[in-house]
Design a binder for this molecule. Structure first.
Ligand SMILES: Cc1ncc(COP(=O)(O)O)c(C=O)c1O
Length: 441
């Protein structure tokens, strides 16, 4: 007799994917400039470490906040006892203003439509619990963030139907690809409850166009389904075109029946502020029932009150957050350019990008054959011979072998330079020819 639940016994969590295997290798042999200069450089982690100096100097200038004081008086007891799952009103007010600012103050957000969650991970899962029953499905454009297999499916029993996008149009969403995925779901007898997109995209590093967003809205109206837009990278847009949120597009089309109630945004401070360990995320929804149920569900993973207090005060300092965002975007742009030119020097091209903490890199010409086996072979060679942990496209469910996600914001500039030198040595040794494409530099 099995003593444990099926979920515990079966390995449906997804941690055996190559995405995680690369991390394990990295953990065994981490690069360090002095202690382990031959170690593996982690380029598979979408972490934003570029502006820690600014955050640290803010903390130094605000010892009272860090010491849990308000106007010089300790509020420790108040915070220690606080466990209202509606969250601190001050934090919710600041978060909506921050979201408005990132969207160029072109739209208004209301704090009562916001649900605080411990990061975007539970936000996405909670939305699955609110919008779909076990065995129902969400369509996701590929390539997508590998964590979604765990976050959306594992505990909820919801299914993902991949919608395959192709390099021929830079992996953009099209109406026909949406329709194809819907038909595929029908063939599999799956009831589609919605589409989930990541805008700006992880792993592509691009913002969605208004045309794509309108295709999506048309599709959701036509099929009477939901749209979840994971906008966790919305503050990382470092080059035009500017970020357009799904909310903005729907705002312009308010006359379109009740689609308004079926649009839900996921956001967190993990990427834009670079504080994933603080676990501050949210759901923003126009649907009162969803907000109410999600708020109750959020009690299973609240953001601790001292974190709420610290982050509320950080965001309240508008001069700081404005400067922080501007400077971070400037630094991201510089890093991305370093990566693109370093790879170009190694004969490797990237999809043209304007956001995110990574590039979507075309290594099709380095494959021994156009197969996923060859992609895995190349990935292992890069991991073991070049000492770089990057993420193979197959872990993002990309349908074309030879694409890889390479992160650039979780290391120092010096480490990035070494990574690029290693890549050049690697490609020189494989002696392959470069093939270009219209969507690449
Ligand atoms: C698209 C996307 N959604 C959600 C997450 C998870 O974010 P969090 O740390 O806020 O849970 C990530 C992290 O990489 C991500 O890329």
């Amino acid at each position: 007799m099995n003593m444990l639940s099926r979920k515990t016994s079966q390995d449906s969590h997804g941690q055996d994917s190559s995405y995680f295997l690369g991390w394990q290798e990295y953990e065994k042999n981490r690069y360090h400039p002095i202690q382990n200069p031959m170690g593996i450089i982690q380029m598979g982690l979408a972490e934003n470490q570029l502006s820690f100096d600014l955050l640290k100097s803010w903390l130094r200038r605000n010892p009272d906040i860090v010491g849990l004081k308000k106007n010089g008086v300790s509020i420790f007891k108040e915070l220690a006892l606080f466990q209202d799952y509606h969250g601190l009103p001050a934090l919710k007010n600041e978060l909506v203003e921050f979201m408005e600012k990132i969207r160029g103050n072109e739209m208004k957000f209301a704090p009562e439509k916001l649900v605080l969650t411990a990061g975007a991970t539970p936000a996405n899962e909670i939305l699955m619990f609110c919008l779909a029953d076990p065995g129902e499905a969400f369509i996701l454009p590929t390539p997508y963030y590998p964590g979604f297999d765990r976050d959306l499916k594992w505990r909820t029993g919801v299914e993902i139907v991949p919608m395959h996008c192709s390099s021929s149009n830079g992996f953009r969403i099209t109406s026909s690809a949406l329709e194809r995925a819907y038909k595929q779901a029908q063939k599999m007898n799956l009831n589609v409850k919605g589409v989930l997109v990541t805008n700006p995209s992880n792993p592509l590093g691009v913002t969605m166009t208004k045309t794509e967003l309108n295709y999506l809205v048309n599709f959701a109206i036509d099929k009477n389904i939901h749209i979840i837009s994971d906008e966790i990278y919305s503050g990382t847009v470092f080059a035009p075109p500017k970020f357009v949120s799904i909310m903005e597009v729907v705002n312009e089309r308010i006359s379109d029946n009740n689609i308004w109630n079926r649009i839900h945004i996921v956001y967190s401070l993990s990427k834009d502020l670079g504080i994933p360990g603080f676990r501050v995320g949210m759901i923003y929804s126009n649907n009162e029932k969803v907000v109410s149920a999600a708020t109750k569900m959020s009690s299973f993973g609240l953001v601790s009150s001292q974190t709420q207090y610290l982050v509320a005060n950080l965001l309240m300092d508008k001069k700081f957050t404005f400067k922080y965002m501007e400077e971070t975007q400037r630094r991201l742009k510089r890093r991305k350019e370093m990566l693109v030119s370093g790879l170009r020097n190694a004969g490797i091209l990237c999809l043209k990008s304007n956001a995110g903490l990574f590039c979507w890199v075309d290594m099709r010409h380095l494959l021994s054959s156009a197969t996923f086996e060859a992609e895995k072979e190349l990935w292992i060679k890069i991991l073991c011979h070049a000492g770089l942990n990057i993420s193979p496209g197959s872990s993002c469910h990309c349908c074309e072998p030879g694409w890889f996600r390479v992160c650039f914001a979780n290391m120092s500039e010096d480490t990035l330079k070494i990574a690029m030198e290693r890549m050049k040595t690697f490609t020189d040794s494989t002696n392959s020819a470069v093939k270009g494409s219209n969507n690449s530099y």
